[in-house]
Design a protein around this ligand. Structure first.
Ligand code: ZN
Length: 231
């Protein structure tokens, strides 16, 4: 039986979590808390290099994600294997997320905000939406999936969700101490950040985290919309 984890990070693509939440993840792991990632697609459309085949890109991006997780001290990373740019709000996808939530029983989930307006990757919007539905009510109601119960995947109540990429910030985390880990984890995604030199990436990321810290007492922050779930 899996021991309940403290935090589950659910994203659409390899690198989403490093852009949006890796400083927070590193805070949790350095405090000895357990973190798992669930990555819904393997980012198999995320390149402008026409010489790369889908298989090569999938292998590359999954490896980059695993390397980033190693840097951050993340215990486990699960790839659901959906194709990039194909996520939809379907009963199958929702059930896949419920299954992971019931396996790992996280107290907190970090995911993408579905309510960001205008330019926002469709997969991001869908993941946020489906995670929310999976958490409440599907993961917590025993009648929802009798076959999961048969597999001893008991209902689970998540306590809070932190949405990143949000336009409605109500929660900051101080990432000054873990900024270098966030940068190192982001640098693992070579296929995505290679056009920026290391120095450039550091400057860009620092400016971004400084901007996100506005309205908080911190110098460098990640910003979320936080909701608490009823007991
Ligand atoms: Zn993404």
């Amino acid at each position: 039986m899996q021991k309940p984890v403290d935090l589950m990070v659910i994203t659409a693509h390899p690198d989403d979590a490093e852009f949006g939440a890796a400083g927070t993840v590193a805070r949790w792991t350095t405090e000895g808390k357990s973190v798992v990632y669930v990555v819904c697609t393997s980012g198999d459309k995320g390149t402008s290099d026409r010489s790369l085949s889908t298989e090569v890109l999938v292998a590359m991006r999954e490896k980059e994600q695993r390397n980033a997780c190693k840097v951050l001290g993340v215990t486990e990373v699960v790839f659901l294997g959906y194709q990039d740019q194909t996520l939809e709000d379907t009963p199958e996808f929702r059930k896949d997320l419920v299954e992971q939530i019931r396996i790992f029983q996280p107290a907190t989930i970090i995911t993408l905000d579905p309510y960001r307006r205008y330019l926002w990757h469709r997969d991001h919007r869908i993941v946020g939406q489906v995670v929310m539905d999976a958490v409440f009510p599907f993961a917590r109601d025993h009648m929802a999936y009798p076959d999961l119960l048969d597999r001893a995947l008991e209902p689970h109540k998540v306590k809070e969700i932190l949405f990143f990429g949000t336009e409605d910030i109500n929660h900051h985390t101080d990432i000054e101490a873990t900024f270098d880990l966030k940068l190192a984890a982001l640098q693992c995604h070579k296929s995505q950040v290679s056009e920026l030199g290391n120095g450039d990436l550091r400057t860009w990321l620092r400016n971004r985290c400084r901007l996100l810290a506005q309205g908080s007492p911190y110098k460098l922050a990640e910003a979320f919309h936080r909701i608490e779930l009823p007991d």
